[in-house]
Design a protein. Structure first.
Ligand code: ZN
Length: 195
C-alpha cells in the first residue's frame, strides 16, 4: 500500500453510504449500458442499507449470469453513484472491458471530465495492473477492493503499480472488504465452467 499503509486501515463502517439520487449523467449511463440498469434505478435501493459494495457485488453477480468473470465496480462521489459496472470483455469483444475501466469511462462521461478527483472506486477484486494504471490516470481519490488477487492483481500483488515512482497519482488504498464473498463468487463461477 502507498506509504506502507496497512490493509484494512479503515474499518468498513467508514464506507460512505450511497443515496438514491442518481444524477442526469448517471441516468444516461444507465441507458447506454443496459446491464447496469437494474442496479442504478432510483428508488429501488433502500439508501440506509445500501453500500457501494452492495452495488458492486450485485453487478458482479450479473457478470456471472452473463458468462463474464464476476467482478463488479462502483464509482461514487460524495453520496452520488456515478457508475455501476461489471466485467464485459466477452460481450464487447474487448480485453480492456474490465469493470473498473468501464466504471471510469462511465463516470467521466457522466461528469464530462477526463479526471475523477474526489471520486472513490469500489471493486470486488483487487484491480489488475491495467486497471490500477487507469485508476491513477483518472486521479481516483480512494480505492476500496474486496479480495486480493495473487494471480492477477496489480496493487498489493504483482506489479504493485501504485508503489512505483513512475506512478504520478496513487489513490488511498483499502483492501480486504467482504473478501470471502468475493472469492466465493469467483470460485463458484470457475467451478461451474469446469463442470
Ligand atoms: Zn483490470
Amino acid at each position: 500500500m502507498r506509504n506502507g499503509r496497512p490493509r484494512l486501515n479503515v474499518p468498513p463502517i467508514n464506507i460512505p453510504r450511497t443515496g438514491v439520487d442518481v444524477p442526469a449523467g448517471a441516468a444516461r449511463f444507465a441507458a447506454a449500458v443496459p446491464a447496469a440498469r437494474n442496479v442504478l434505478v432510483p428508488h429501488s435501493i433502500p439508501p440506509a442499507k445500501t453500500s457501494p459494495f452492495d452495488l458492486a457485488f450485485a453487478a458482479a453477480r450479473r457478470a456471472a449470469e452473463a458468462g463474464e468473470v464476476p467482478v463488479g465496480a462502483v464509482i461514487v462521489r460524495g453520496d452520488v453513484v456515478l457508475a455501476v459496472t461489471h466485467n464485459r470483455p466477452r460481450a464487447l469483444n474487448d480485453p480492456t472491458a474490465h469493470a473498473e475501466i468501464l466504471a471510469i469511462r462511465a463516470a467521466c462521461a457522466a461528469l464530462g471530465d477526463d479526471r475523477l478527483p474526489g471520486c472513490d472506486l469500489y471493486v470486488t477484486l483487487e484491480p489488475c495492473p491495467m486497471c490500477a494504471g487507469a485508476i491513477g490516470f483518472a486521479r481516483i481519490r480512494r480505492l476500496y477492493y474486496g479480495a486480493a488477487d495473487p494471480k492477477g492483481g496489480g496493487v498489493e500483488n504483482g506489479a504493485r503499480v501504485f508503489n512505483h515512482p513512475t506512478c504520478h497519482h496513487a489513490p488511498d488504498v483499502y483492501g480486504g472488504f467482504r473478501e470471502d464473498e468475493a472469492a466465493a463468487l469467483l470460485r463458484a463461477f470457475f467451478r461451474e465452467r469446469r463442470d
